[in-house]
Ligand binder design. Structure first.
Ligand code: HEC
Length: 147
């Protein structure tokens, strides 16, 4: 992604550093990215548990609860003073749909907590996938593609 963005900037004779710097400067954008990265890392941790790459089945529910806490912040991550980065302008044009997409992520994370607390592996795997789909659904509509 970085290489491609750099290539685009070179092609357009834009100072890549200046653009990156512009986004870095906006604390609301930095905050959004920090929270989104937190969510993503929670998925990495749960994926490792689900694939039994680490033997920590009891920590699935801990991670699911952390995810469920943090997804509740999504709805508030797009204030008007945070336009830009990879968020498409559309996200500021249809707040109701965005609220619904954020709520879908909350509901999916809550279902994952329930499954993880219950401990049934197949149910956990299904809820894990559904939670991931709730992220993907929003990204497909409102986030610039990575490649
Ligand atoms: C309401 C819509 C929405 C939902 C739901 C959502 N995202 Fe995002 N996400 C976005 C948008 C828009 C961006 C681009 C933001 C930007 O570049 O400033 C983004 C960016 C990201 C990024 C890149 C952050 C960075 O540092 O550039 C990650 C990682 C991410 N999301 C993970 C997730 C995960 C994991 C979930 C599900 C638990 C999720 N997102 C749910 C809209 C959403």
């Amino acid at each position: 992604m970085l290489i491609r963005l750099t290539a685009v900037c070179v092609a357009l004779a834009l100072p890549f550093g200046a653009i990156a710097h512009e986004n870095q400067k906006n604390p609301e954008i930095r905050y959004r990215h920090a929270i989104m990265e937190t969510l993503s890392n929670q998925f990495v941790a749960m994926g490792l548990i689900l694939q039994a790459k680490v033997d920590r089945p009891d920590e699935m529910a801990v991670n699911a609860r952390a995810l469920a806490e943090n997804v509740r912040l999504i709805a508030g991550l797009f204030p008007d003073n945070s336009k830009g980065a990879k968020a498409l302008p559309l996200i500021w044009d249809e707040p109701e749909k965005v609220a619904q997409a954020a709520q879908r992520a909350v509901d999916a994370a809550d279902a994952l907590v329930a499954a993880a607390t219950d401990g049934n592996r197949q149910a956990i795997a299904r809820a894990f996938k559904a939670a991931g789909d709730s992220c993907k659904g929003c990204h497909e509509r409102y986030k610039e593609a990575d490649d």
